[in-house]
Design a protein around this ligand. Structure first.
Ligand SMILES: [Zn+2]
Ligand SMILES: [Zn+2]
Length: 320
């Protein structure tokens, strides 16, 4: 599970940063899910390691242009490139009308099936491996934060334990792996669950933008492995954050701290903190790290592989 930032500037692009979009590469399947699609996202995709032909889902946070103006161009290009996979798009209720209007006035037709889903708080998508939920944020227009949760994976089959108990390798291992109860040739009855290693915890990615500090973001991000949160402004410019319903670096850090996440990555920066100005992004990072040390700044094309957290009982060894 890997995220790639395709745009990290708020409102307008700059020379070094495009407007919002993140690609999520899923493990063990050739699929990319996109979170927001600001203008120019398809160009950013061309410069990244991600393939736009692998985009299967697009999750839109809200209807501001810096989050949606790249959507129609990207979908048009996907069609011309011969992509015929179905694409599901999730977002606020108005998204469907917006897409329909664009299609109508530009006389465009999708060359592949596209399904638009208006989201409401709660589960917006799930399959055997992932669940995506959303929660309302606090912005000038309806906005949603998204959480992608990977389901817990069963632990590896403990071959050593089976051998120690004198269970001969063969189809019986497969049955125990599946958790079945097996009667051995010598009459012993063994349970598959007794041979399962430590289950692997699923990874959780949370994306909160655009928003001012809100409790819903804290609830959505609870215990996540990585929280990507907007930090449009520095703490010194908090008045602007309150006026425009955006976050400061310190608000983002407070969300991370209250939610107990493992890693915070800040994004959606105002161009006012560009190099050469009085306040710079390094100041926003320092402000956030003073509250939540595990904070990083996003930059365009920055890729973060979400680590799988290991729950090893061996950690308890050595007490006393
Ligand atoms: Zn924005
Ligand atoms: Zn916005």
């Amino acid at each position: 599970m890997e995220i790639t930032f395709l745009g990290t500037s708020s409102g307008v692009p700059t020379r070094g940063r495009n407007v919002s979009s993140i690609g999520l590469k899923l493990p063990q399947r050739p699929e990319v899910w996109l979170f927001d699609c600001g203008e120019g996202t398809q160009h950013q995709l061309l410069r990244s390691e991600l393939k736009s032909s692998q985009i299967r889902r697009v999750f839109v946070t809200h209807m501001h242009g810096d989050h949606i103006f790249g959507l129609m161009g990207l979908l048009a290009s996907c069609g011309l490139a011969g992509n015929n996979h179905r694409v599901d798009i999730y977002g606020p209720e108005d998204l469907s009308g917006y897409i329909k209007a664009c299609l109508r006035y530009s006389q465009m037709r999708f060359a592949f099936p596209v399904q638009v889903h208006g989201v409401t708080p709660g589960v917006v998508y799930e399959d055997g491996e992932f669940q995506v939920t959303c929660a309302p944020l606090k912005h000038r227009v309806p906005a949603f934060g998204y959480r992608v949760g990977e389901r817990q994976r069963a632990g590896e089959f403990d071959v050593g334990k089976a051998q120690k108990l004198g269970i001969p390798p063969g189809p019986v291992y497969g049955r125990l792996k599946r958790g079945e109860t097996v009667t051995l040739p010598d009459g012993r009855v063994v349970e598959g669950k007794d041979f399962a290693g430590i289950p692997q915890a699923g990874r959780h990615f949370v994306y909160c933008t655009d928003t001012i500090y809100c409790d819903q973001a804290v609830a959505l991000a609870q215990g996540a492995d990585v929280l990507v949160h907007e930090a449009t402004f520095a703490h010194q410019d908090a008045a602007l954050a309150f006026e425009r319903l955006h976050s400061t670096s310190t608000m983002a850090a407070q969300v991370a701290l209250a939610a107990g996440v493992k890693q915070l990555i800040l994004t959606h920066f105002s161009p006012r903190y560009a190099p050469g100005n009085a306040l710079q992004l390094s100041d926003l990072l320092a402000e956030a790290q003073a509250i939540f040390p595990h904070t990083a700044l996003a930059s365009d094309f920055f890729t973060y592989a979400i680590p799988r957290c290991q729950t090893t009982p061996a950690m308890a060894v050595g007490a006393g």
